[in-house]
Design a binder for this molecule. Sequence first.
Ligand code: NZQ
Ligand code: ZN
Length: 400
Amino acid sequence: MNSFEIHIPTRIYFGKEKADAFFDRLHDYGTNVLIVIGGGSVKKLGYLDEVTVALEKRGMEITLFEGIEPNPHAQTIDKAATIGKENNVDFVLAFGGGSVMDASKAIAGLIHDNEKEIWPFVLGEPKHKTMQGALPVITIPTTAATASEVTPHAVISNPDVKGKSPVSYPFFKPSASWLNPAYHTSIPLETTRDGASDILSHVFENYLLGGNDSPPADRYSEGIMQTVLKTLPLVEKDPTNEALRGQLLWSSTMALNAMQVAGRKLYGFIMHNLEHALSGYNPELAHGRGLAIIYPAYFKWLMENNRAADRLALLGEKLFGINIQNQDEAASEFITQFEHWLRENGLYQRLSDVDIPETAFDEIAAYAINVYGGGYPLDAAGPMNKSDIIEVFKKTEDQV
Ligand code: NZQ
Ligand code: ZN
């Protein structure tokens, strides 16, 4: 086991019955709240009314900001922060998916520091790592995907420069999060699939590269992956089943709360580096969709570069019961079976299917190296150069 430090300050409430406990707690953070929502789903579905009533019942003053985009735009975040400042809010309540939660963290930081623009604070920009604090962030996640309800990360997009980059601080970790599966029965099929893909990626990343030092992290991660592989097809058939939705939701929180890597060697989140560069180039591309496209190609690239074959083979045994003695053959069989699962669940595509042409691969790979590698190769348990990234992108074109 390698050394580690974990701090999860978020008070988590799970389930409908925890509504009162959650809303009663909010007085700890103030009485003047900025609610941040996305394109309006939570309004149309009536969820926002429920939350507003619960807050008003507790004497809260409410300012609403509506209009955070999927892959949240820096410029929209800046506008929301200005409104929060003008209304002198005490804390920020994010009510939406990962995009809304990430935007809310950035808004909370800008208000606290009395700053106007978030983009200069993201990785690769001049004010990176200089933010001093944030207002308390509270979340009600409406997707099962990012785990932003417990993470210190906010991933920000900037269409003006075709950029997408994280800004992360311990003080971005939400103070409290209410996970209510009842708000998940309306998630559209494609968004449900994209979310499941994202959950898997959060455990895949370090499972593949981090080695064998932490059997507890391995068994924990396999449990999450087994749950997602089994549950997504069930949710597709029965989308309003709250018990199934709850299983995906809790899997998503568990998949990126740091337990999934604890005790392993730490390496970069390579698929995330590549995907963020892709959805920075095309802000219409959902994060989980981009990851699903990269999976098979990246796994094959790892094999060809003599990396992680033992871990891919282990996944084959644990997730699909593959029993093949030869390690490389077992690893290849895992990739084949996982490709089949992706295909069965509408997640097997090519980059050209999501409007990312081969002519853009060079520019996107260069962005990944410059921003996520600081100009150096990415650390994929060994170097991953620009040409390697382009090779992975090209391999996705075989996925038909
Ligand atoms: O905008 P609204 O109207 O809310 O609609 C959203 C949006 O169109 C809709 N939706 C969400 N919940 C719904 C719903 N529709 C019906 N019923 C519901 N209950 O779904 C669409 C997608 O929402 P979005 O928030 O963009 O999806 P997701 O949760 O996958 O978040 C993606 C963002 O999170 C970042 C991604 O890069 C991307 O920008 N990530 C954040 C991480 C973190 N903070 O730690 C880690 C992740 O790896 C990821 O990078
Ligand atoms: Zn992710």
